[in-house]
Ligand binder design. Structure first.
Ligand SMILES: NC(=O)c1ccc[n+]([C@@H]2O[C@H](COP(=O)([O-])OP(=O)(O)OC[C@H]3O[C@@H](n4cnc5c(N)ncnc54)[C@H](OP(=O)(O)O)[C@@H]3O)[C@@H](O)[C@H]2O)c1
Length: 238
């Protein structure tokens, strides 16, 4: 997985799986541009990554800012998008405005990234989106994420054809221990992770590094496109 001298853009690279991916890219000799909304998180991530890292504040829901972002950074090799967030809730209760906020970040954010980023991707480059196990394994209260994830997986297959020879793939994580769960109390988090670990075939929740390996594989394997790589410990099977 040689990324020597490659320039990789990671939207959502200030935390969790995006940060682990940025660290892994630099470890393999690449340079990263990481972007997210919080300058504080970006600076902390920059300290952790230590070298070959540029930080840029960006809200992926803002189409105009996304277009400017890619014009500003210029040519690069690989695009990774893990930025997401927004409300979830039971289908009949979740206000449409809230559903649209979640769509704005995880669906439209990735759509804008591909649309405005693709023209700057060098020969041999790739786009890797991030979805999640909810596309295949629904759970009550998360229909909006099932919808978005399924839509992004379909978008990736379509773009693998339309943006060829740029390769377009998806990483679909299962339950992974990241700051996404910081809203839970430590007890709630522990209980949730233990209950998931008991259910999944690999008997543990994921680490951000597990998912980073998948992003690196999809960036560097030049024969893989239009694929969704499930890195979920088998959760979608049970
Ligand atoms: N963790 C899991 O169990 C799990 C399971 C399945 C799927 N996923 C998916 O995996 C991806 C990564 O999640 P994670 O667990 O690594 O989460 P995380 O640690 O919370 O990281 C999310 C990143 O996205 C950025 N972000 C959020 N909204 C943004 C916006 N509007 N514009 C720009 N950046 C934004 C955040 O930074 P700022 O706050 O600075 O903007 C942060 O860097 C997401 O797509 C998530 O849905 C996670």
């Amino acid at each position: 997985m040689d990324l020597q001298g490659k320039r990789v853009v990671v939207l959502g690279g200030s935390s969790g799986m995006g940060l682990a991916t940025a660290q892994a890219v630099v470890h393999q000799g690449g340079h990263v541009v990481i972007a997210s909304r919080s300058e504080e998180k970006l600076k902390k991530a920059q300290e952790q990554i230590r070298k070959n890292v540029e930080i840029i504040t960006l809200d992926v829901t803002n189409e105009h800012d996304m277009e400017n972002f890619f014009q500003k950074i210029g040519k690069f090799d690989h695009l990774v998008s893990t930025a997401a967030g927004g409300p979830t809730g039971n289908f009949l209760d979740l206000p449409i405005q809230d559903a649209k906020k979640t769509f704005a970040a995880k669906y439209w954010g990735q759509y804008f990234a591909a649309k405005y980023g693709a023209p700057f991707i060098k020969d041999g480059g790739s786009i890797t989106f991030c979805t999640g196990v909810l596309a295949r394994k629904p759970a009550k209260g998360f229909s909006i994420l099932s919808t978005i994830n399924g839509g992004i997986e379909a978008l990736a297959r379509a773009l693998a054809v339309e943006l060829s020879p740029i390769r377009v793939n998806v990483v679909s994580p299962g339950i992974v221990d990241t700051p996404l769960y910081d809203k839970m109390s430590s007890e709630e988090r522990e209980d949730y992770f233990v209950s998931i670990a008991n259910q999944v075939p690999v008997k543990r929740v994921g680490k951000p590094e597990d998912v980073a390996e998948a992003f690196l594989y999809l960036m560097t394997n030049s024969f893989t496109t239009g694929t969704t790589l499930h890195v979920d410990g088998g959760y979608s099977l049970v």
